[in-house]
Design a protein. Structure first.
Ligand code: OOB
Length: 531
């Protein structure tokens, strides 16, 4: 296994193989098997209507894989990939798997302050971007900054107009060795709680299980037409079941450039989409939009909602507004996925966040001392299993805190388990804000705020919000005159902080409330802002 990654202990690995969760195949079989079994069926549809069959996508991925090899990329090397929902993302993803090159999947919203540390941590040899986004943001500018800051980044590949960089490389397909299924296939980004990014290594066999089992529990089949409305680089849209799950079932993937009702409804009608996955604020938007939009959504059978808590009240309105079934998904890039089942009673679909995907998922609900709580009580969710990481990449010290000695991942989520095994998410003890599914590590934002000359101390907390679930409030202790919210957000943008991490509100205090042991009491701050 790649240096800096933590393998599963052999005893558990043997169990996961024996019980059939790990099949000894590489992730790439999703495409090769699809091409062999139903090569003529449509695999991928772009927003502009361009389409590729499974066989065509397979051939495209092979040409790109050969191109990556001829561009000098070697197995095990890392490449940071930052692409919107374009067909190149999908073809390139499989090309990386074939070439044994490891993609590090960044989000389109990320900017210099996220991408530079990611490239450093992964020692990326290349960076893949689009030319510009719909709002005119130029990723090639970002690439120039990144290349200057991180010398390991030898090459930049651009989807679209490459300027001084290179277009995606293609070459005549060459035979390539197939990777070891226990090797790392890709890196996902953790939502994070600390000042520096954390990378999640996902192996071929664990991610293959993740995609296939999710597809099965979500009822995906060759008739599934899945709308990728969230960023394709996010675990939910990628493999839970996401686009990989749709492909595993022999279905069709439809790419939406953004999750707005305008874009999504048009695609649902045009492509007869059957399943879509969204975060709660998008679900709310779509439900409202049905009142004034008249696209035909009758093909939609299932709306998957996850990434943040979907409250029971809106959850109960999904069927009457969108005319489809609801599936709640409580997942994490680190691994564990919980789904409400398609044959669960409505009560469970509406009021719980689902139960674990795999019979071998081990879930503990523990108190502050780490002892299991009484059945039905709430506590922190700890988990280990066949697709849950055993350690972040190159993060020994952090791993010592994030895992128990016997390898359970401390999720930082507070849950309550029902006798059926369904979990209700009740809160969180991790120092993170969940802004409508987008995760903001508090410490990271506080460090950026502390760099402002007028900021003496900073503490960031979530404040309740009807649509987003939470928004971000930055409490500051200042030197001299307090900056305004506008000034602070302009300062953060200038530092290259992603827009979704910018605070929504600023509160200036003379000093911060402290806990008994003298730490800043975020609980007191959160209470204060919640009113
Ligand atoms: C998904 O993955 P991440 O890595 O962006 O975020 C994981 C965290 C969880 O630990 C939890 O705090 C929160 O997001 N979360 C939810 C939730 N789903 C995720 N909190 C309450 N209710 C839910 N349904 O967000 C993710 C990955 C795969 C599938 C779905 C979501």
């Amino acid at each position: 296994m790649l240096h800096g990654c933590v393998p599963w202990p052999e005893e558990l690995a043997a169990k996961y193989r024996a019980e059939g969760y790990w099949t000894g195949q590489s992730l790439d079989v999703l495409l090769t098997e699809g091409a062999a079994a139903h090569g003529d069926r449509v695999a991928l549809v772009a927003a502009d209507g361009a389409r590729w069959t499974h066989a065509e996508l397979d051939a495209w991925a092979s040409r790109l894989a050969a191109g990556l090899v001829s561009a000098g990329l070697r197995p095990g090397e890392r490449v940071v990939v930052q692409l919107p929902n374009v067909p190149e993302f999908v073809a390139l993803f499989f090309a990386f798997l074939r070439a044994g090159v490891l993609p590090v999947l960044a989000l389109p919203a990320h900017r210099e302050s996220e991408i530079v540390p990611l490239c450093e941590l992964s020692e990326a040899v290349a960076y893949v971007v689009a030319d510009t986004d719909d709002a005119g943001y130029d990723y090639r500018e970002l690439a120039r900054t990144v290349q200057k800051a991180v010398p390991s980044v030898r090459q930049v590949f651009v989807v679209g107009e490459p300027a001084e960089f290179q277009p995606l490389p293609t070459a005549a397909p060459v035979p390539l060795p197939s990777p070891d299924p226990s090797d790392v296939a890709l890196f996902l980004l953790s939502g994070g709680t600390t000042g520096t990014p954390k990378l999640i290594p996902r192996t071929h066999q664990d991610y293959l299980y993740n995609a296939r089992a999710s597809a099965s529990v979500s009822g995906f089949s060759a008739d599934t037409r899945y709308l990728v409305a969230l960023p394709a680089a996010h675990n939910f849209a990628l493999a839970s079941p996401g686009l990989l799950g749709a492909m595993a079932a022999g279905g069709t993937v439809v790419l939406a450039p953004d999750p707005s009702a305008d874009t999504a409804f048009e695609l649902i009608e045009r492509e007869r989409v059957t399943v879509a996955a969204v975060v709660p604020p998008v679900a709310l938007l779509w439900m409202d939009a049905t009142e004034f939009m008249d696209e035909d959504l009758s093909s939609l059978q299932l709306l998957q909602v996850g990434g943040a808590k979907f409250n029971a009240e809106p959850a109960s309105r999904v069927r009457s507004t969108l005319g489809c079934d609801l599936q709640q998904v409580f997942g994490m890039a680190e691994g564990l996925l919980n789904f409400t089942r398609l044959d669960d009673p409505d009560e469970l679909k509406i009021t719980t966040q689902g139960r674990p995907l795999c019979p071998a998922d081990e879930v503990l609900v523990v108190d502050e001392e780490g002892d299991p709580v009484a059945p039905g009580e709430s506590g922190e969710l700890l988990t280990r299993g066949p697709y849950t990481l055993r350690g972040y990449y190159r993060a020994e010290q952090h791993n010592a805190r994030s895992f128990t000695p016997d390898g359970f991942y401390r999720s930082g989520d507070v849950v309550r388990a029902l006798p059926s095994g369904h979990l209700v998410v009740e809160g969180r003890i991790k120092d993170q804000i969940n802004r409508g599914g987008e995760k903001i590590p508090a410490e990271e934002l506080e460090n950026h705020l502390l760099a402002h000359p007028a900021v003496h101390d900073a503490a960031v907390v979530g404040m309740p919000d009807e649509v987003m679930g939470e928004r971000t409030c930055a409490f500051l202790v200042v030197r001299g005159e307090a900056p305004t919210l506008r000034e602070v957000t302009a300062f953060l943008r200038e530092r290259g902080v992603a827009a979704y991490k910018l605070p929504d509100r600023l509160e200036v205090l003379d000093s911060f409330p402290l806990t008994k042991v003298g730490k800043v009491s975020k609980a007191a701050l959160a209470k204060r802002i919640a009113g």
